[in-house]
Design a protein around this ligand. Structure first.
Ligand code: B12
Ligand code: SF4
Ligand code: SF4
Length: 398
């Protein structure tokens, strides 16, 4: 996920000393969080075991964060809530479900279309939605308990997944994301650090068992081991975070994924307990469920901004997005898109132009098939040519 400026924190209403652990306050906060629409709420101490720091250090030392250099400078604060804010006593971990109603991998089979990750298909950027609710809960807490607090979602130096596991929301699965028994892989996470002493919930334990579905389906083999991700190989990183040309070895496996990737999340058997979300801010927009690559390739700056106004996708900018579209065109096997790729090869952005030249080459020099001959082509299969996650590639629940 792209870095954002430091979050604006709600003003503290008072600096009263932390009271004794207060069960009534915890229950009231949980009820208010639910009323505000959060699907999962848990409480934990403002500390993480040393193991979290050791694993973060190993991730960074091995360079698995790639070009996300913004992860390096504040590792101490990331791994220890009190290094970020010494007054913090408790952490409230909150989850908002974006469980899709449709199969998020269905778009992978439509090669003339782009596949956008479920988390970004809605009209609003989840950072804004979660942040607004965290602030509303924070204001309510400050008014009710005089609590000093800070709110975070995604971009602050906070290890959101280990904190959520410790607060009982779920466990970090082998795909490294938090899995919830109630909401599967589909929770956005946010936190409130507070000076209030709130009794902790029980941490969740690992329920992955012998399952390896997420590890097996990854199109780019991004897991060097269970519970460990090499972001440099992850399509989410490559399409969202990575600037410049996408290394050649990952282009074919990307298939038609043009923003993020849901494969390892979608195959998790725990998703079968997740009820589809009813949050209008995340309801898939028709224009983003399976957009035509030809139309996306034609986006200029103004068109890109208009299409993705309010969406998380806007953050990556037109050039990075169209670079991804060019690669998807190269993987489409659709020679009718060759002319589109040729036009993009003249793009003012050198990275887009290079990706488009790759696409032209990959689509070959044969002329587009006639209407009659196209009808006779076999239907595109997910996983064919680029090893993506169509139904056949999915592993059955453990
Ligand atoms: C950097 C980042 C990325 C990077 C790296 C991902 C990663 N796994 O680290 C990239 C760009 C690849 C990415 C992708 C995605 N991200 Co992201 N990302 C983050 C971010 C900003 C930091 C994560 C971090 O600290 N990574 C550092 C490493 C060290 O952490 P880790 O992988 O969790 O490492 C742990 C395990 O490996 C484990 N471990 C290591 N060894 C071992 C061994 C054993 C035996 C065990 C049990 C455990 C274990 O311990 C480590 C510490 O807990 C968080 C927000 C935040 N501030 O936390 C969002 C966040 C993790 N992302 C999120 C999302 C939604 C995604 C995507 C699903 C988006 C998409 N659809 O494209 C993908 C998922 C890809 C994947 N399989 O992880 C959500 C996840 C929500 C959830 N339910 O977990 C978060 C929490 C944002 C949010 N606020 O909702 N992301
Ligand atoms: S998000 Fe996609 S590319 Fe990244 S680890 Fe999961 S399956 Fe692999
Ligand atoms: S797919 Fe299987 S191994 Fe992966 S997180 Fe889900 S339960 Fe764990």
């Amino acid at each position: 996920m792209p870095p954002l400026p430091a979050p604006t924190l709600p003003a503290a209403s008072s600096r009263t000393p932390p009271p004794q652990a207060d069960t009534a306050a915890r229950d009231a906060i949980r009820a208010e969080a639910r009323r505000l629409g959060f699907d999962a709420v848990g409480f934990t101490e403002a500390r993480l075991p040393g193991q979290a720091r050791a694993r973060l250090d190993a991730f960074l030392a091995e360079g698995r964060h790639g070009t996300m250099a913004w992860m390096e400078p504040r590792a101490a604060q990331r791994a220890d809530p009190r290094a970020l804010w010494p007054e913090a006593v408790s952490v409230i971990s909150l989850g908002l479900s974006y469980a899709p109603g449709e199969d998020p991998l269905a778009a992978l089979a439509r090669r003339d279309r782009g596949a956008i990750s479920a988390y970004a298909q809605g009209p609003r950027d989840y950072h804004d939605v979660v942040k607004a609710r965290l602030k509303a809960l924070g204001r309510w807490m400050a008014g009710r308990f005089g609590a000093d607090l800070k709110v975070f979602v995604d971009t602050a130096p906070v290890m959101e997944k280990p904190l959520a596991q410790q607060a009982g929301l779920g466990w970090q699965g082998k795909h490294t994301n938090l899995v919830s028994r109630a909401h599967g892989s589909w929770l956005f996470l946010g936190e409130i650090y507070t000076t209030l002493a709130l009794p902790p919930d029980m941490p969740e334990r690992d329920h992955c068992g012998s399952c390896r579905a997420c590890l097996s389906i990854c199109p780019t083999d991004a897991f060097p081991a269970p519970y460990r991700l090499d972001a440099r190989r992850c399509i989410s990183y490559l399409t969202i975070e990575h600037e410049g040309p996408i290394p050649e070895e990952f282009r074919a496996p990307m298939g038609n994924r043009i923003y993020g990737c849901d494969d390892c999340l979608a195959v998790c058997p725990w998703n079968k307990f997740a009820r589809a979300h009813v949050e209008p801010a995340f309801a898939p927009r028709a224009a983003l469920t399976a957009p035509r690559l030809a139309e996306l390739a034609a986006l200029d700056e103004a068109g890109f901004r208009a299409l993705f106004s309010g969406s998380a996708i806007k953050r990556i900018g037109r050039d990075r997005f169209v670079r991804n579209v060019a690669i998807a065109i190269g993987n489409s096997g659709d020679t009718a898109l060759r002319a589109t790729a040729q036009a993009l090869a003249e793009d003012a952005d050198p990275v887009v132009a290079e990706a488009a030249r790759w696409a032209v080459e990959r689509l070959g020099s044969s002329p587009p098939p006639t209407r009659a001959s196209r009808r006779s082509l076999p239907p595109p299969l997910a996983g064919e040519g680029w090893d993506g996650g169509g139904p056949a590639a999915r592993t059955a629940p453990a």
